[in-house]
Ligand binder design. Sequence first.
Ligand SMILES: [Zn+2]
Ligand SMILES: [Zn+2]
Length: 169
Amino acid sequence: MKIVISEIPDEGLELDLKNDIQSDAVKIVSPVKAVLRLDKVLPEVIAKGVLNGDVELQCSRCLKNFIERISSQFNVVYRPASEIVRGEQHQLKSDELDTVFYAGDALETDDLLREQLLLNLPMKPLCSADCRGFCPQCGTDLNLSGCGCKTKEIDSRFEVLKKLKKEKE
Ligand SMILES: [Zn+2]
Ligand SMILES: [Zn+2]
């Protein structure tokens, strides 16, 4: 949704958004919902809000695709892109604000929501906290069935112990 900055009222603007958003980085499988508040502190615009959306991720252990809900709170300051062009250094008003730039006289809320969603993707996605992944030895998907590897490992250690014991005797 395109927001023309001059049309944001002085008392601020509250938006209830539900948009289909595409991203090259991740498959977003539900409309992204957000409650967004925009306040003008010209030439800057402060954007605060919450969002959630469902994305398809690949489990880092078992490599299966799964759907995860990403939720995020954000607090962002929009600054005019012309500031970069002029190379001016401004002090940020507050350290906890992220900065994004807008060009021209409008900002695109879809870009903001997409960026905030991507920022909150898990580094190591897991289909479930106790996903068992693959056996590193035989490649069996341990979520589906067990394999003999672990027992064998214990057995062989046991054998070594028995051997040591024998050698001592
Ligand atoms: Zn998994
Ligand atoms: Zn195995």
